[in-house]
Design a protein around this ligand. Structure first.
Ligand SMILES: [Fe+2]
Ligand SMILES: [Fe+2]
Length: 200
């Protein structure tokens, strides 16, 4: 029984170090990707948010180095294929929407995918650090996790403010559209009740 417990702890320990090396890799990549995103956007508020999260991200690299130290390991990066994919996809969308009114929304979407990936990673790392009894590391992950969640919420707020602004500027056109939309809804309801009727 005792041997089994040791074996499972060793497995979690390996997994922990593996995920830590993965996070160290993606944080370093993000210190290069975030300035590109900030440069691509039009909204000053969005630019500031991305730049301020860049500074936090540089801090994450240092905080992860502290965790390596806590675990008596040299900082080691392992190529994070997941983040490489997210960043490649983001770059593709940004290139596609360059110069369009949807550019900022495209960057927000790409950045939020990054944040959600980070949130998932740090949620696991924090739990595992707690389970492994590396309390200082767990506290560091909690700190990073808090910053990732705040960054994600800030992006949501900016996206909503942008959407509201667009809705307000297009309000007149919208009120004209409303009648048409109501008619379309009626038509949709009629045709779906016809479809339901046909199935009976
Ligand atoms: Fe981060
Ligand atoms: Fe982040």
């Amino acid at each position: 029984m005792a041997t089994q417990t040791r074996a499972s702890e060793k497995t979690l320990d390996d997994l922990f170090l593996d995920e830590l090396a993965d996070a160290y890799d993606f944080e370093k990549r993000l210190t290069k990707a975030l300035p590109k995103m900030a440069k691509a956007v039009n909204s000053l508020e969005l630019k500031n948010a991305l730049e301020s999260h860049l500074r936090e991200t540089e801090g994450h690299v240092q905080k992860l180095e502290q965790v390596f130290e806590e675990c008596d390991h040299k900082p080691k990066a392992k190529k994070c294929e997941g983040m490489v994919g997210i960043l490649e996809e983001g770059e593709g969308v940004v290139t596609e929407f360059k110069g369009s009114p949807a550019m900022d929304a495209a960057v927000i979407a790409a950045a939020q995918k990054v944040e959600h990936y980070e949130i998932a990673t740090y949620g696991c790392l924090q739990e595992w650090a707690g389970m492994l009894g590396i309390e200082n590391a767990a506290a560091i992950f909690e700190e990073i996790l808090g910053e990732e969640k705040t960054a994600d919420e800030t992006l949501t707020e900016i996206a909503r403010a942008m959407a509201n602004e667009m809705a307000e500027s297009g309000e007149d056109e919208e009120s004209e559209d409303e009648d048409t939309m109501a008619e379309e809804d009626d038509e949709e309801e009629e045709s779906s009740s016809r479809r339901r009727g046909n199935r009976r």
